[in-house]
Design a protein around this ligand. Sequence first.
Ligand code: DAH
Length: 339
Amino acid sequence: MKKQLEEILGSAAAEIDAAESEQALKAVQVAYLGKKGALTAILRGMGALSAEERPVIGAFANEVRAKIETEIEEKLSRIRASELEERLKNERVDVTLPAHDCKFGRLHPLSQVEKELCDIFVSMGFSVAEGPEVELAYNNFDALNAPADHPSRDFQDTFYINPEVLLRTQTSPVQIRAMKGKQPPIRIISPGRVYRCDEVDGTHSPMFHQLEGLLVDRDVSLGDLKGTLEQFAKLYFGPDTKTRLRPHNFPFTEPSAEVDVSCFVCGGKGCRLCKGEGWIEILGSGMVHPHVLENCGIDPEVYSGFAFGVGLERVVMIKYGIEDMRYLYENDLRFLSQF
Ligand code: DAH
């Protein structure tokens, strides 16, 4: 029996040596030490031995078992070490390779322009006010002196939620929110989205952006309006920019004016951008109508003010020579990455 055990030890050692993977090694372990393994079979046959032989053979069998176990363990750690080495070799990172190029996002041109305009007016002492896009018809129209039969109240132009609530068609209702329950001095700007029932084309969209401005104080004159807008135009379009006011009509201002700036491309000579005019229209403005002040609890005998509203899409398109407004909403990175 001793001889058999020695043979088992010898062949196990050879098989362990030959095993190249953890799996192969497991198979060897089962073949020798498992329930139906060669060594187990011998141990089972020990009952047939004499009382003297049994402890000797028993001790030897245990020794053989321990040796096989140790060999398996040693081989296992060698296999694992070489597998690890192999992996480290394959997965090595070459730190000298150029880095993956990392694409940075940027602000949408509309957001950039909005920020630039806000910065300019904040530098003149205005603060930024916000108002909701879902607004009361009262704030969007009535309080702004737009009577019930005003064309802009037509269901065709306005997205009504119900007769009293709508998607604001302009940022002007923020004027009402800024004045209600407060007394002048008031000096705010308010950028944001506005909505109108318009078909999409190169110059229209049912959603677009405006920036509203409002200043109310004692002794505010049309000269203050002109001076403020002139300063803005010079800061935004360049120091040589001239400004002109053309009479117009808005329900919430009296007098009202549309404001043009001299074309910053041709300097006023006439070119493609200004369509040969030398002037480009950029915003609507005027002196706050006394009714609007009264509607907000401000005494028009004591206070006066001016207001203006700029279309941000228009400013972006003029500034960058963009011919179709739809480019601004299509999110085509080839377009957006130019700004
Ligand atoms: N709300 C006007 C519009 O959407 C723009 C505007 C004109 C705003 C004159 C004003 C203003 O504050 O005084 O066309």
